[in-house]
Design a protein around this ligand. Structure first.
Ligand code: APR
Ligand code: PHB
Length: 392
């Protein structure tokens, strides 16, 4: 097989990049290890920054998102039994975010891919990336027991944290920065109306909680738990009881409980790989970086990478500017480190970490940043997302 861009991974990064390139007349083949159903079974966050919303529109896949997504112009932060609102309209120049599940975006992108007729090959194994430091990269993989080969100009490694693309960059040219937090988030999805119209990020003596949603009738809640907790030990009743004890007293009565439709524990990690390119291989999304979910930056960072790589490949194929690829890693990493800092900071303020003095200092930060104009502006402008830089 022959194509212009070989894309490894059919998560949101690979599918969005594939759709944008296909619409621009740039040929691409997507290779995915799992089945479509498996990819769609993963429940992830669902807060979309304006940059991602625009990119999904540019890809022509926004109909359902524009119909069903919930625009939010603020978020709530709760501590000491009190709710404080961060007003995006006021403190982030009228910007807003859209609440729409990552799973839904992925489903919309998969449907568009199928309708476009562009190739996506699922259930492949033993993917190997070769020749990226020369002019003729190729990708080997096995499908139904047979080895196949794709010759291409570029390889986009959109294969997530556990993929093969990152490991294709030699150890001595790659530096990885990593921090694993000493707790995980236990999440529950339920067909119950959300407790509030906006998200609530909260800290109580018993720990962190997040009240989120997918729609007016479907809620997503989290509490932090220690890493040795097993999801099987958390009945729905135990979860609702724990969440309820963490909520501020005057909204506790608004919580509507019901059977869970998904329950899982996710570890929290900060991770960045530098550089994000090696010759003609580009790392995109979770393949290159992970943020803890406090701040909802994971998917939004991935879309930043997709945006930059797409615009760079337009320069390459439409203006014959091959050297444009050199700016990819630097452009992405500037935005990524800002989001890494924001996600780490929000995580530190909203979880009971460290010793007594650390907690007192974090409580003071939380108070300052949620009660002063300057503080609320810092949270608001980063929560709605930093703008994409122009690609030259
Ligand atoms: N070969 C082919 N496909 C692979 C391989 C491989 N060796 N390894 C992994 N994959 C596939 C995975 O099965 C998965 O479907 O690559 C895909 C990567 O998707 P994600 O992990 O979802 O990563 P990405 O598309 O970058 O999405 C960005 O934003 O909110 C965050 O973590 C969240 O997934 C989310 C991410
Ligand atoms: C979610 O809805 O799953 C969600 C929302 C915001 C976050 C993390 C997760 O910061």
């Amino acid at each position: 097989m022959k194509t212009q861009v070989a894309i490894i991974g059919a998560g949101p990064s690979g599918l969005l990049l594939g759709q944008l390139l296909h619409n621009a007349g740039i040929g691409n083949i997507i290779l995915e290890r799992a089945t479509p159903d498996y990819v769609l079974g993963r429940i992830r966050a669902g807060v979309l920054e304006e940059g991602l919303v625009s990119l999904v529109r540019e890809a022509g896949v926004a109909d359902r998102m524009d119909r069903e997504g919930l625009p939010h112009s603020g978020t709530q932060i709760a501590f000491n039994n009190e709710l404080r609102r961060i007003d995006f309209h006021k403190y982030a120049e009228g910007k807003q975010v859209v609440v729409y599940g990552q799973t839904e975006i992925t489903a919309d992108l998969m449907e568009a891919r199928e309708a476009s007729g562009a190739p996506a090959i699922y259930e492949v194994v033993n993917v190997e990336i070769h020749g990226v430091t020369g002019d003729s990269p190729y990708v080997l993989f096995e499908k139904d027991g047979e080895q196949q080969r794709i010759d291409c100009d570029y390889v986009a490694g959109c294969d997530g944290f556990h993929g093969v693309s990152r490991k294709t960059i030699p150890d001595d040219l790659r530096k990885e920065y990593e921090k694993v937090y000493p707790f995980g988030w236990l999440g529950i999805l339920s067909d119950t109306p959300p407790i509030d119209e906006e998200l609530i990020y909260g800290l109580s003596d018993r720990g962190f909680y997040l009240c989120s949603m997918r729609s007016h009738t479907r809620s997503r809640y989290y509490v932090d738990v220690s890493l040795d907790e097993q999801v099987e030990d958390w009945s729905d009743d135990r979860f609702w009881d724990e969440l309820s004890q963490r909520l501020p007293e005057d909204i506790r009565g608004n919580l509507v409980t019901g059977p869970s439709i998904e329950k899982s524990i996710a570890p929290l990690r900060s991770f960045v790989c530098e550089p994000m390119q090696h010759g003609r291989l580009f790392l995109v999304g979770d393949a290159a970086h992970i943020v803890p979910p406090t701040g909802a930056k994971g998917l939004n960072l991935a879309s930043g990478d997709v945006n930059y790589l797409y615009r760079i490949l337009l320069k390459v194929y439409k203006e014959n500017r091959l050297e444009a690829t050199k700016q990819y890693s630097e452009l992405c990493l500037r935005r990524i480190w800002h989001a890494e800092r924001f996600s780490w900071w929000m995580t530190s303020m909203l979880h009971n970490l460290g010793d007594e003095i650390d907690r007192k200092i974090m409580a003071s930060q939380l108070d300052y940043y949620t009660s002063t104009e300057e503080g609320m502006r810092v949270i608001a402008e980063q929560y709605v997302g930093l703008p994409y830089e122009e690609v030259v």
